[in-house]
Design a protein around this ligand. Structure first.
Ligand code: 3UK
Length: 515
C-alpha cells in the first residue's frame, strides 16, 4: 500500500484492530501494570463503549476527546470513537485547564473520556464548554453530572456494526503548539493510519507480529499513537502501555524489565536521562531489538554513548503531526548518526530558499515534504493553513541540509519554536508568563544547549526598579512558570541583564542572546 487510493472507498480504521480477530483473537494485544487484554477482549470492549457512545447520541463527525494516561481505556476509547465514525481528540495530559478549555471549545467536543486524576482540571473549565454534553470518568466515582466508564461499558452488548466511513473521513484531531502559543488542531483521515503504518512501520522499521512495542512518547502525541498503538496492531504485534511519567528514567527501565518490549520509541532527552542512570545494566534492556528516536534531533554523541553502553543502535527519524508520523528516517541497516536519515519511500522532500527555489547541493534550505498522509489544514486557522499547506507540499518550518550521500541533517527551525524533550515550547508563551511576575520588566526566551547538547529554554530577564538579581529570585521565577504552565515549559536557566539588547526600533535582538 503506497497511497490512500489503494484502500476501498468505504474504509474504517477500526480494521487495524479487527483484522486480528480471525488471525490471532486470543493473542495479548496490550500489556500494562493495570490490565492486559487479548485482541478479542479489546474488540469486545470497543464495541461496548461504541454502543454506549451511540446511546448517548454521539453522531459520526462529532468530536470525542480523551484526557487520560496511557492505558487500556485510552486505546479502547480511541478505536470505539473511530468505529462509530466520530473523531478522536487526544489531549496532552500535561496541560493546564485554560488550554483544555481552548481545545475543547475549538473542536466543539460533544463528549470526553477523562481519567479521575484529571477530572478536577476539567471541572474548573466545564462551565465554559457549552458543547460538552457527556463526561465519562475512568476510575473512581463520577460526580452527578458525569458517567462512570465501567458502568457504561458493563451495560452494553459486545456487538456493534462499524460506521461505513469514507476512507477520507476525518477520524483524529491532535493539537500542536504555534509560535503565539495558540494551539493548532490537525485532523487526519481514516486512510492515514494504515498508510503511515505501512510506509514507515513496516517498510522502514520492519515491524512484525512477534514484536512488542513500548513508547515513552504518550498516546496523545502521534509519535506515540502511531508507534505504540496503530503500528503494532496493524501487524498483529502487542503494545506495552505505561500510565506513569516517562521522564523518570528508572520508570522506563522498570517497564522494559517487566514487560520485555522488543521496540522502544523514545525522545533524545529520555535517552540521555537513561544513560545518566549509573546503575543501568545490559540485562535491563536485553529484550530490545530496535530503538527509535524522534521529536527533536538526536545528537551523535548520545547515539554513540547508547551504542557503547547497550550495544543497540538508535533509529532517528523526523516526523510531524501534520504528516502523522516519520517521513525522513534512518533504517536498521542504514544509519548515519547525527542525521535524520533519508526520505521514506512514498514521501518526497525538497530544500528551498525564501523564494521557493531549490538550494544548491549541501546548502541549508527550508524543508518541504509531500506525501499521502499529510493533513489538509489547521482547524479554524485560515491564514496559517494557507502558509503551511501549499498545494501538495507541506512547509515544515525546519531548516535542513543534505549531504552528498543523500542523508538529511537538521539545522534548526525557521521560527522561534523550541522542541524540548520532543514537545513544543513557544518562547512567547513563556515570556508572557514571566511578564506577569511583579519583578519582571522585560524578558526574552531562547533555546540553549544542556550537557547532552539538547535544547532547553533559557530566559533573559531585566528587573523592575526595586528588585535585585539573586539566585532566590531566579528560583522563584522558575517556580512561578511551573505553577502557571506545563512543567516541561519552565526555563532551566535565568540570566539577569540590566536591559535586553534591542534594535533601533525597539525589537529584542534574540540572535544576540542565542550565542
Ligand atoms: C521536530 C525533529 C529533528 C521538527 C513527531 C515523530 O515530533 C513530532 O511531531 P510534532 O508535530 O513536531 C514536529 C517537529 O519536531 N522534530 C521531530 N522529529 C525530529 N527534529 N530530528 C527529529 N528526529 O522541528 C518537526 O517539524 O510535535 C515525530 C512522529 C510523529 C510526530 N508527530
Amino acid at each position: 500500500m503506497q497511497r490512500g487510493t489503494d484502500l476501498p472507498l468505504s474504509y474504517n480504521a477500526v480494521q487495524i484492530l479487527e483484522h486480528n480477530l480471525d488471525a490471532r483473537g486470543d493473542k495479548v494485544a496490550l500489556l500494562s501494570d493495570e490490565r492486559s487484554l487479548t485482541f478479542r477482549e479489546v474488540a469486545a470492549e470497543v464495541n461496548r463503549l461504541g454502543n454506549a457512545l451511540r446511546g448517548l447520541d454521539v453522531r459520526p463527525g462529532e468530536h470525542v476527546a480523551i484526557l487520560a494516561p496511557d492505558s487500556a481505556e485510552w486505546a479502547i476509547s480511541f478505536f470505539a470513537t473511530l468505529k462509530i465514525g466520530a473523531v478522536h481528540v487526544g489531549l496532552n495530559t500535561l496541560l493546564k485547564p485554560p488550554e483544555y478549555a481552548y481545545m475543547l471549545r475549538d473542536c466543539r467536543a460533544r463528549a470526553i473520556i477523562v481519567h479521575e486524576a484529571m477530572l478536577p482540571a476539567l471541572e474548573q473549565v466545564r462551565g465554559q464548554l457549552s458543547h460538552l454534553e457527556h463526561v465519562i470518568v475512568v476510575g473512581g466515582t463520577a460526580p452527578p453530572n458525569a458517567h462512570r466508564y465501567d458502568a457504561l461499558v458493563a451495560a452494553q452488548p459486545d456487538h456493534l456494526a462499524a460506521e461505513p466511513t469514507h476512507r477520507d473521513d476525518l477520524c483524529t484531531l491532535n493539537y500542536s503548539s504555534g509560535t503565539t502559543g495558540e494551539p493548532k488542531g490537525i485532523h487526519h483521515a481514516h486512510k492515514d493510519l494504515p498508510l503511515t503504518a505501512q510506509l514507515w512501520g513496516v517498510n522502514v522499521l520492519g515491524l512484525h507480529e512477534h514484536d512488542r512495542t513500548f513508547a515513552t512518547a504518550k498516546l496523545f502525541f502521534t509519535f506515540g499513537t502511531g508507534g505504540n498503538l496503530i503500528f503494532p496492531w496493524y501487524v498483529g504485534a502487542s503494545c506495552v502501555l505505561f500510565a506513569g511519567p516517562p521522564r523518570v528514567a528508572a520508570n522506563v527501565i522498570a517497564q522494559i524489565r517487566r514487560h520485555r518490549p522488543t521496540i522502544l520509541y523514545n525522545s533524545p532527552t529520555s535517552y540521555a536521562a537513561i544513560l545518566a542512570q549509573t546503575e543501568l545494566s545490559p540485562e535491563d534492556l536485553a529484550s530490545l531489538r530496535l530503538c527509535v528516536s524522534a521529536g527533536e534531533a538526536l545528537p551523535a554523541p548520545v547515539w554513540h554513548a547508547w551504542k557503547e553502553r547497550t550495544g543497540l543502535e538508535i533509529i532517528d527519524g523526523i516526523g510531524c503531526t501534520e504528516v502523522y508520523h516519520i517521513f525522513i528516517s534512518n533504517r536498521p541497516d542504514d544509519i548515519r548518526p547525527g542525521s535524520s536519515g533519508r526520505p521514506v519511500p512514498g514521501f518526497d522532500v525538497r530544500l528551498v530558499d525564501e523564494q521557493g527555489t531549490e538550494v544548491a547541493p549541501g546548502a541549508i534550505g527550508n524543508l518541504l515534504v509531500r506525501g499521502p498522509t499529510t493533513a489538509l489544514s489547521y482547524l479554524h486557522q485560515y491564514d496559517k493553513s494557507r502558509q503551511t499547506f501549499r498545494g501538495e507540499w507541506l512547509h515544515t518550518g525546519d531548516k535542513y541540509r543534505v549531504d552528498e550521500d543523500g542523508y538529511y541533517w537538521h539545522c534548526g527551525r525557521s521560527d522561534d519554536m523550541l522542541k524540548v524533550g520532543g514537545i513544543w515550547v513557544a518562547p512567547m508563551e513563556l515570556e508572557s508568563t514571566l511578564m506577569r511576575h511583579p519583578a519582571v520588566l522585560e524578558c526574552a526566551v531562547v533555546g540553549a544547549s544542556d550537557q547532552a547538547d539538547l535544547v532547553k529554554p533559557k530566559a533573559f530577564v531585566a528587573l523592575r526598579p526595586g528588585f535585585e538579581p539573586s539566585e532566590a529570585l531566579a528560583d522563584e521565577l522558575i517556580a512561578f512558570c511551573r505553577q502557571e504552565l506545563a512543567e516541561y515549559k519552565r526555563p532551566r536557566w535565568i540570566v539577569f541583564l540590566p536591559e535586553l539588547p534591542k534594535t533601533a526600533t525597539g525589537k529584542i535582538q534574540r540572535f544576540k542572546l542565542r550565542g
